[in-house]
Design a binder for this molecule. Sequence first.
Ligand SMILES: *Cc1c(COP(=O)(O)O)cnc(C)c1O
Length: 359
Amino acid sequence: MPPINLNPGPAILPKSVLTKLSSSVINYNGSGLSLLEISHRSDAFIEIIDHVRLLTKKLLNLNDDYQVLCLQGGASLQFSQIPMNFLGTNDTACYCNNGIWGEKAIKAASLYGNVHLASSSKDKDHTYIPKELDIHDSAKYLHITTNNTVEGTQWHTTPPIRIPIIADMSSDILSMQRDFNQFALIYAGAQKNIGVAGATLVILNTKVLKQVPPSERLFPDLLHYTKQIEANSLLNTPPTFAIYACLLTLQWIEQQGGITAIESINEKKATMVYDALDNCNTFDCRVHKADRSKMNIVFYLKQESLMPSFLTFCKNNHIVGIKGHSTKGGCRISLYNALPIEDVEKLCNILHDFHKQQQ
Ligand SMILES: *Cc1c(COP(=O)(O)O)cnc(C)c1O
């Protein structure tokens, strides 16, 4: 039996993407050369990166104000790059603290300007998303994490506020519809829902970017959004293979019928798993129902001592990657786009079987 891959990231990719990726390593597009041995300035690669930008804009329905960048350093470097570009030393930015990734973004931003906490869910161990936000009118932007990968909570709507919104969408980009044109900047490490580790997608509203006053701050050109836009993300050698993996995944999403079609499958997958967990009192889902993530489902065993036997049971049933994040304990089921619904059915049966075994 092939494994059921629930890894949180790097994560499952569509089989067809893996097949095409592997053949590109030997012979890219009949050229007789590997994709790994051609220049990032070659026509073949420029075509790939241009196509990634176009297809991202198409799938997310972005208007012409938006530019798509393929950068490096993961979502984590964006934690610093965003305030470097958008926040003057005396400026203030609002941040929501809904989990460990948001907390890291806050810590990074505090080195560059003032951080005002718009909300925090720390009081309840990040098991919910506070919707009441305390926003400073003069703040340069609000930063949110749309899906809290580690805690299993998700913003299902976008907060209705007037200042620009910047969002870390690393773990739920391309999984559901949002009005992406409401965001000043969207970023995501590719290794969860877009492709493989090494590439980071940054989607910028250039109108908002142009309003940022010139900064006195000195920082490398590589981290300058405007300079990267002017250079088509090619200021230095980009992660060519990872960018090609993004293109293949974006094309796969398009073939599935785009985000609308993907979202409806994702809804079904998440409902199946939450139902299975809710219906078996062996498991304990602590996240408030209204804020449950459809991508990363975090749960515990009511009887903590059962954890080792549950993990062994999962292993014997070829489930990979179900152990929770080291800071949270418990378990986590990641339901990224590429995980087939058939695997989710099997997974739910396995959860039921374990529950029955305990009766
Ligand atoms: C995985 C993840 C990150 C970190 O991504 P890197 O690419 O490893 O820097 C940041 N934010 C969220 C929401 C994530 O899921």
